[in-house]
Design a protein around this ligand. Structure first.
Ligand code: ADP
Ligand code: AMP
Length: 211
């Protein structure tokens, strides 16, 4: 039976880093609404044009746009192990997901809550650098690339995300506490809290032990 897992937690908690490990090592497919939206913005699609202003301000993109993305993705991924990374982010999105999953006979196996303080998030996001070509994620201090500011995997110069500037980070945290944190209660029956301040390998081991 294929697994359906949600990674819940503030921006910068390490959800993408762990999704990458599970993708490389354990045959999971990662559905990151943030990555899908950034790609749409880059390609100036209709979705991208609608989403851009919300993303630049650190606000959530409207639920109907997000649920459309997910419904298209689910069609392609019927028998796969899925991690939802950064989705759902509102109770309305969680309700929409529940309906879509029940139509295809799937259920949520686990919601992993990445537990971390706002101060640590600010440190992580202000030092985050990403590869615009292959999506690899680094940190200037915690996980630096081997060669100065160049991706280890594909050699492309790394960039800082537009929304990883301090004033936008603060806004994204506020949005998380107001709109996304209510999901902790919503998913209490399947919630597994992990300490997101451990090393990436220790967090990975913890996640593997509960899945
Ligand atoms: P999210 O997907 O939740 O927004 P990321 O996986 O992009 O978070 O991680 C945010 C930043 O923190 C990145 O720069 C990443 O390299 C770094 N990071 C991720 N996991 C850890 C960890 N366990 N310890 C220290 N730094 C981490
Ligand atoms: P992330 O890469 O998950 O940090 O997301 C970056 C930005 O994309 C967020 O600040 C939002 O503007 C938007 N976004 C990503 N996922 C969602 C979602 N599930 N619901 C609403 N907005 C989202």
């Amino acid at each position: 039976m294929s697994k359906t897992v949600i990674f819940l937690g503030p921006p910068g908690a390490g959800k993408g880093t762990q999704s990458q490990l599970l993708k490389e090592r354990d045959n999971f497919i990662q559905i990151s609404t943030g990555d899908i939206l950034r790609e749409a913005v880059k390609n100036q699609t209709s979705l991208g044009l609608q989403a851009k202003k919300f993303m630049d301000e650190g606000k959530l993109v409207p639920d109907d746009l997000i649920l459309n993305i997910i419904s298209e993705k689910l069609e392609e991924l019927k028998d796969k192990n899925i991690i939802f990374d950064g989705f759902p982010r509102t109770v309305a999105q969680a309700e929409g997901l529940k309906d879509m999953l029940s139509k295809i006979g799937r259920k949520i196996d686990a919601v992993i809550l990445f537990d971390i303080t706002d101060e640590e998030v600010v440190k992580r996001l202000s030092g985050r650098r990403v590869c615009p070509n292959c999506g690899a994620v680094y940190h200037l201090i915690y996980n630096p690339p081997k060669n100065d500011n160049v991706c280890d995997k594909c050699g492309t110069p790394l960039i800082q995300r537009e929304d990883d500037r301090e004033e936008v980070i603060r806004k994204r945290l506020e949005v998380y506490h107001q709109q996304t944190a209510p999901l902790i209660d919503y998913y209490k029956d399947v919630l597994i809290k992990i300490n997101a301040t451990l090393s990436p390998e220790d967090i990975y081991k913890h996640i593997k032990s509960v899945l």
